[in-house]
Design a protein around this ligand. Structure first.
Ligand code: GLC
Length: 468
């Protein structure tokens, strides 16, 4: 730790006072939560009428699955840093079997490169996965594409990317139909016999996966690298959309709540936003999701160091680099602070470890409360007095793995609704975006598959029909 700037604590600045102030800055009072919910409703209303709104409220062209859907589907799920490839047989009555499920890491260069390179990579991964798993190309020709970014859908199997989120800046995709882009890549790779049956957001896939097993499911939420939610909306409430004239009943609507402005940002949020790739966008996501929590905690820690309140005033190199602290590290080390060892910080005092732990608590609890406020807003939009049962299908590592996160979300619902909070259940849905996409594709493709000729795979690709 030689040759480092050593910060001295300013007279009168005390660790406990700093932490109490930070807790206050990240705190959202009960009244604040009620205001957020009211504001959320206003933005939903505006978004559903295509007025200017921080909530895009995008129709998905997918209705409520019945649980009876059957069929064989390939599914790809481009969510964030990972690409998932799945091969799924839906057996009806909420049952399915996975013939293959593989995960590929998106090389960072592709997240900021050219569109064709990204879609070629996706097609390559799909091809590698089906070959490795000896998938029968005569059976698995329908592809469900979960594309976890804001898309203005034109139909169940087409849609234009509105804008990238979660650190993607790939050129030549915004404003274009992503189904066409993947279809062109499949063709370049000799996979033109694969038909893209459905394009869905990960929230819609998660909701569909939830509905497949539970008819009371009416909302899908992602709390992972990014955050977002969708729900079942009555068509009559979706306005200014002539393309929905023939629709009746309900449709899944993607809120894109990551862009919601909760109006309670503090100076750490503003610092993070100002230095981000997409300033003034995705406010809610920057306060809630896994991509950003580590960075928010790091910004608080750096300020403590600079005030001479932590690590004896010496900023360890690791904390000087933006995004060096990940939410995964926060989650794994809530108590033990083992990540400090990963950063070669072996001699951190117990008092400093406690401070870091407290910063993690402050940042993660706000995230959980905001996520839960978002759920409360959507549920109360569907059912103002929470008279019905609501199952919320939720996927994402923050929800699944962050210690205490779910409990904190539940506490907020109880604060808001008392006993009635028990009518809202959270159901973790792993692999939801793969399975649910297949469910959406099954609904969409029911008529298509019965009338369309089989697109036979070339001999060289996958396994031939007669080999199984
Ligand atoms: C981002 C995307 C959104 C997605 C969410 C979760 O907010 O804009 O479409 O659902 O991340 O992956």
């Amino acid at each position: 730790m030689k040759n480092k700037v050593k910060y001295r604590s300013a007279p009168g600045v005390d660790v406990e006072v700093f932490l109490a102030d930070a807790a206050e800055e990240f705190k959202i009072s009960h009244v604040g939560i009620i205001e957020i919910i009211q504001n959320f409703h206003r933005e939903m209303e505006r978004g559903l009428g295509r007025e200017e709104s921080t909530l895009k409220m995008l129709p998905s062209f997918a209705g409520r699955p019945s649980g009876k859907e059957t069929g064989d589907f390939l599914a790809i799920d481009l969510g964030g840093t990972n690409l998932r490839v799945l091969c799924i047989s839906l057996e009806g009555n909420g049952r399915y079997s996975l013939k293959a499920a593989e995960r590929f890491v998106i090389p960072p260069a592709l997240m900021g490169g050219q569109g064709a390179a990204l879609f070629d990579y996706i097609a390559d991964c799909l091809k590698a996965s089906v070959e490795r798993n000896k998938i029968n190309a005569c059976i698995f020709q329908e592809l469900a594409f979960t594309f976890s970014f804001p898309v203005e859908q034109l139909s169940i199997s087409s849609g234009k990317l509105i804008q990238w989120t979660k650190g993607f800046t790939v050129a030549g995709v915004e404003g274009n139909d992503v189904v066409q882009l993947i279809a062109e890549a499949l063709k370049r790779k000799g996979l033109e016999f694969i038909h893209v049956a459905a394009l869905t957001n990960d929230t819609a896939s998660t909701l569909a996966a939830g509905c497949y097993g539970d008819p009371a499911c009416d909302m899908g939420v992602i709390l992972g690298t990014g955050t977002n939610a969708c729900y079942l909306e009555r068509i009559a409430r979706i306005r200014e959309r002539p393309e929905l004239t023939d629709w009746r009943g309900e449709m899944i609507v993607n809120t894109e709540w990551g862009n919601f402005d909760a109006g309670c940002d503090n100076r750490f949020d503003r610092m993070l936003d100002g230095a981000s790739l997409n300033p003034k966008k995705q406010h809610f996501e920057k306060m809630v999701s896994g991509m950003y929590l580590g960075e928010l905690a790091r910004l608080v820690i750096v300020e403590m160091v600079e005030k001479g309140l932590l690590f004896e005033g010496i900023n360890p190199a690791v904390f000087s680099v933006a995004y060096s602290l990940t939410t995964e590290q926060m989650a794994k080390t809530k108590e033990a602070m083992a990540f400090l060892n990963d950063f070669s910080m072996h001699d951190v005092s117990a008092a400093d470890r406690r401070c870091v732990s407290e910063v993690f608590r402050i940042v993660s609890e706000r995230s959980a409360r905001l996520a839960s406020a978002g759920i409360a807003a959507v549920v109360s939009w569907m059912d103002a007095d929470i008279e019905l049962l609501h199952t919320i299908a939720i996927d994402g590592s923050l929800f699944q793995k962050y210690p205490g996160y779910q409990a904190c979300m539940r506490t907020l619902l109880s604060e808001l609704y008392g006993e009635r909070a028990n009518r809202i259940s959270f159901v973790p849905v792993s692999d939801g975006s793969g399975i649910g996409a297949a469910v959406v594709a099954a609904v969409a493709d029911a008529s298509h598959t019965s009338s369309s000729p089989l697109r036979v795979a070339p001999d060289k690709v996958f396994y031939r029909c007669d080999t199984e």
